[in-house]
Design a protein around this ligand. Structure first.
Ligand code: S3P
Length: 445
């Protein structure tokens, strides 16, 4: 689909990439920093915040509910309302393209006796919200109106007194887990979330840091039981947001597939719920050295030294999917330059991301000459080391930033250029992507 205002971009075979880079702050932690800071009593100071459109929308939503948020120098200062004291927003909250923003905020307001309307762009308006509304309804939320299939625009009305629940999350989703935990903040008593498959744990770690009484127990089967005491006093914190591994994935894979490349990516978050891509690339034979592993503000971070490598296809097990869920598009690009077949399994959640990422990736690969097979919840890619014969296609990005960036990376190493139909959405998560990549030697235009 070509909109009149679309801005296509072309990536062409580039010389070796080299240099040192810092990618923008982690998107998951950035959303939560503004939300929890906007809720806590007193001041939260944030450095390294991702200033992408998605996160700025969350900031706007928190402002609309009473938080004071300002950028001063390189820092963001947030003065929160105090837990339990959010105000009813006067206007609909517009989350643009941001699934995390909208789903977590639905949880946050879901236990408030107020009416909130949620809207978003064409991509967000296609995504299922029922997964967060179901548990919130058990806590007392009313869905005043919604489009068919629990799609946006949606108007919610919270209960006078919310009820604590025990909820087993039916799909591996940190957003669903987080929505219930955030609703619990304004609910008396203990709310329990049972998580059979572990997903990113930023909500748990950060809420504990802001002062919530929260305990996590992992049973013999590896199932996590998260208990949170309702109505805690949350107090403002100082937060340094580490580099986003989901953004680092693009220069990382680019350096692996563009011959002769040698790159250092600094200050990347190494939380084990987020590093599945690095584990997979190492299995494929990637030359990645993890340097200066350190703990900053409760999270592991490291610098990654990466050099171009001859990659080999592997099977990526389904269990690894939650720790690299946003990285499959760019892994598929790495696979297109690898020897043999790479098989990725357990991909059902990719169908409900900013686009149907499984079909968007498969179509983008095919149109650029890559052999691949799209299954219901799997993808097999047969690579061509050196990228011979690859490229030449225009990829439909379907308002999906990660599809856009993944195929631009492909164009840097393919024999023929790769064009994307629209670069606009890149600003949601990685505003200076093209500038940063050009600084390393990437050729766009
Ligand atoms: C996120 C959770 C994941 C991920 C998204 C960010 C979060 O979504 O894809 O980009 O910050 O909680 P799901 O919860 O739908 O898996």
């Amino acid at each position: 689909m070509h909109h009149p205002q679309s801005r296509p971009l072309r990536a062409t075979k580039s010389p070796a990439l080299s240099g040192r880079v810092r990618v923008p702050g982690d998107k998951s932690i950035s959303h939560r920093s503004l939300m929890f800071g906007g809720l806590a009593a007193g001041e939260t100071r944030i450095t390294g915040l991702l200033e992408g459109e998605d996160v700025l929308r969350t900031g706007e939503a928190m402002r609309a509910m009473g938080a004071l948020i300002e950028r001063r120098g390189g820092e963001w200062l947030v003065t929160g309302t105090g837990n339990g004291a959010l105000l009813e927003p006067r206007e609909p909250l517009d989350f643009g393209n941001a699934g995390t923003g909208v789903r977590l905020t639905m949880g946050l307001v879901g236990s408030y006796d107020m009416t909130t309307r949620f809207v978003g762009d064409a991509s967000l308006s296609k995504r299922p919200m029922g997964r967060v509304l179901e548990p919130l309804k058990e806590m007392g939320l009313q869905v005043v109106s919604a489009e068919p299939g629990d799609r946006l625009p949606i108007t919610l009305r919270g209960p006078r007194h919310a009820a604590p629940i025990t909820y087993r999350v039916p799909m591996p989703s940190a957003q669903v887990k987080s929505a219930v935990l955030l609703a619990a903040l304004n609910t008396p008593g203990v709310t329990t979330v049972i998580e059979p498959v572990p997903t990113r744990d930023h909500t748990e770690k950060m809420l504990a840091g802001f002062g919530a009484a929260l305990e996590v127990e992992t049973d013999a089967e590896g199932v996590r039981h998260i208990r949170i005491e309702g109505q805690p006093r949350l107090v403002g914190q100082t937060i340094a947001v580490p580099g986003d591994p989901s953004s680092a994935a693009f220069p990382l894979v680019a350096a692996l597939i563009v011959p002769g490349s040698d790159l250092v990516i600094e200050n990347m978050l190494m939380n084990p719920t987020r590093t599945g891509l690095v584990a997979t690339l190492l299995e494929m034979g990637a030359d990645i050295t993890i340097l200066e592993r350190r703990n900053e503000g409760g999270e592991d971070v490291a610098d990654l030294h990466v050099r171009s490598s001859d990659l080999k296809g592997v099977t990526v097990p389904a269990e690894r999917a939650p720790s690299m869920i946003d990285e499959y598009p760019v892994l598929a690009v790495a696979a297109a330059f690898s020897e043999g077949e790479t098989r990725m399994e357990g991909l059902e959640e990719l169908r409900v991301k900013e686009s149907d990422r499984l079909s968007a990736v498969a179509n983008g690969l095919k149109i650029n000459g890559v052999d691949c097979v799209e299954g219901e919840a799997s993808l097999s890619v047969t690579g061509r080391p050196g990228g011979k014969g690859l490229g030449g296609g225009t990829v439909e990005t379907h308002l999906d930033h990660r599809i856009a960036m993944s195929f631009l990376v492909m164009g840097l190493a393919a024999e023929k250029p790769v064009t994307i139909d629209d670069q606009a959405m890149i600003a949601t998560s990685f505003p200076d992507f093209t500038g940063l990549m050009q600084g390393l030697g990437a050729q766009f235009g």
